[in-house]
Design a protein around this ligand. Structure first.
Ligand SMILES: Cc1ncc(COP(=O)(O)O)c(C=O)c1O
Length: 361
């Protein structure tokens, strides 16, 4: 039995999505809604589709299987490079996948051809992140090899920035992507209709009107779910930040004096910042490090401050003068992406779809 909850407001996700889809459409770009932050939750995916995304993407096949179980009528892409043991499931479950290794693509081609299917492939190019991707100078050669394989169709190239090493999308690296697509088209005669950028870190560039023509798609997760771009994690205009929240109950509420002096040893979670030992109103909330990445939680209650956490308790300091917190109250927290991912996968939190509240942003 769990009492802490992850509340998802589908109307708010839809609102965030349509706001971003509109902005991208005005600049000639389609949006792929990335559902990995909510483990492919089918209701959230459906809200993104209602908000106007042209396709969905997730990093895990289990999530995509969840999505597929609820009929969703847009193409679904696998974003993470698959293991070889997943190849048949890739061909079965997804319309297109983002790939970087010829040997893997060859196996996909064999599996697809043996069932009479054609699997669509997007080649990921590493433009500086040093996460996934073929280097730009090797992309043309790889594209030629892929184009020669039956069972797969090369439909585009893409890149991912910022997630791993913080590289910002810029006119220079986006132009590099567009130019590379142009060169591959010229060399091979292929249509290469998809030029895919991502993720929410591309929004500032787009809004500034500095995205070069030729990028056809942006893959967006965090901004649709949490209403933030990811270069500086600033609030994205026209979106709300509380579409998804954690709610948990106060199980102790007391006024406590400052901690007494005396020697102190290691704490259970020694690397976490040392908690405040000042006196005042304190509330213990029934959610902890075993449930969610508490460092990514922000209390939404005015005058509430997280001063520390252990596996099962979040310790809140209540600023004097703000609303008193009492035993049995439920407190609400906004999440960052890390907290969202851990909360969604947590057995300590129940995910609930909440009744749509009015969205104003
Ligand atoms: C390949 C890929 N594209 C797009 C995204 C979406 O990024 P964001 O959540 O920053 O919008 C991710 C997310 O991790 C990703 O791995």
């Amino acid at each position: 039995m769990t009492t802490a909850r992850l509340d998802i407001d589908l109307a708010a996700v839809e609102h965030n999505t349509s706001s971003i889809v509109e902005m991208c459409a005005a600049r000639g770009m389609a949006v792929m809604g990335v559902t990995k932050g909510v483990f492919g939750h089918p209701d959230v995916a459906a809200a993104m589709v209602r908000g106007g995304v042209k396709s969905l993407g997730d990093s895990r096949l289990d999530n995509i299987a969840r999505l597929r179980a609820k009929r969703i009528d847009v193409p679904v892409a696998l974003l993470r490079a698959p293991t070889w043991s997943e190849i048949e499931a890739v061909v079965d479950l997804v319309d297109l996948s983002f790939q970087t290794e010829l040997a893997t693509i060859e196996r996909i081609a064999d599996a697809a051809a043996s069932t009479g299917r054609v699997h669509e492939v997007v080649l990921m190019v590493d433009l500086g992140e040093r996460r996934e991707g073929v280097l730009p100078e090797d992309a043309g050669g790889l594209a030629r090899r892929v184009l020669a394989l039956p069972g797969v169709r090369l439909v585009g190239i893409g890149t991912n920035l910022t997630c791993f090493s913080g590289v910002e999308p810029s006119p220079a690296n986006m132009t590099q992507l567009v130019d590379l697509a142009g060169r591959i088209r010229e060399d091979t005669g292929s249509e290469l209709s998809l030029v895919s950028a991502g993720g929410s870190s591309t929004l500032p560039l787009l809004a500034a009107g500095s995205m070069p023509a030729g990028v056809t798609e942006v893959r967006i997760g965090e901004a649709l779910l949490l209403g933030r771009e990811t270069v500086h994690h600033r609030i994205w205009p026209g979106t709300v930040q509380d579409a998804i929240t954690v709610r948990a109950e106060v199980v102790e509420a007391k006024d406590k004096p400052p901690a007494p002096p005396g020697p102190r040893g290691d704490r259970a979670f020694g690397r976490a910042p040392a908690p405040s030992v000042e006196g005042g109103r304190r509330a213990l909330v029934a959610v902890g490090r075993a449930d969610v990445d508490v460092d990514g939680l922000t209390p939404l209650g005015e005058g509430h401050r997280i001063v520390g956490a252990t596996s099962d308790y979040l310790v809140i300091e209540v600023t004097p003068g703000s609303d008193r917190v009492e035993l049995g109250d439920e407190l609400t927290f906004a999440l960052d992406y890390g907290a969202l991912v851990t909360a969604t996968g947590s057995i300590g939190l129940e995910t609930r779809i909440v009744t749509a509240k009015e969205v104003t942003a």
